[in-house]
Design a protein around this ligand. Structure first.
Ligand SMILES: Nc1nc2c([nH]c(=O)n2[C@H]2C[C@H](O)[C@@H](COP(=O)(O)OP(=O)(O)OP(=O)(O)O)O2)c(=O)[nH]1
Length: 131
């Protein structure tokens, strides 16, 4: 089981989503940025490191949402989402093809990595219950 953390970075009513490049696994699908937790690292440490490396952003992880177990053909992942706020930085894409600050009403319309679909649903449910 590969542990992967991902960041739902919130800013002014939108969230940052990224499109995987054609060279990555799950090519051209959208995801919440993040990556694998390395040995000796906490989830939060991995998240902060990955977002710095991939996007040049400094984030503050806030709330851990429900992890999703997903079986891709070659491997199983546990995808662990955290809502996060933005501390500072300007986006520089190191790996991804594109990014978007998506409002809640369009979030479900993207072509997501399959493992992310329950996370998008939980997040929308959570936000709508807070309105
Ligand atoms: N970062 C991230 N990965 C996701 C998400 N949803 C999802 O299925 N994944 C998958 C894609 C990858 O197989 C794995 C994350 O590993 P990674 O981001 O380090 O991907 P990678 O391209 O470096 O993986 P690899 O091909 O080198 O093994 O989890 C998501 O929302 N964020």
């Amino acid at each position: 089981m590969i542990k992967v953390v991902c960041a739902i970075i919130e800013n002014e009513g939108t969230v940052l989503i990224t499109q995987r490049s054609s060279r990555m696994a799950q090519p051209l699908l959208w995801e919440f940025p993040g990556g694998k937790v390395e040995v000796g690292e906490s989830e939060v440490e991995a998240l902060i490191r990955e977002i710095q490396e991939e996007l040049n952003l400094l984030i503050v992880p806030r709330e851990r949402l429900t992890p999703v177990l997903h079986y891709y053909s070659s491997r199983a992942i546990e995808l662990i989402p955290y809502t996060c706020s933005l501390q500072n930085g300007n986006i520089l894409l190191a790996e991804h093809q594109a990014y978007s600050w998506a409002s809640l009403d369009v979030l479900a319309n993207y072509s997501w990595c399959p493992a992310d679909i329950p996370i998008v649903e939980e997040y929308l449910h959570l936000k709508r219950s807070q309105l």
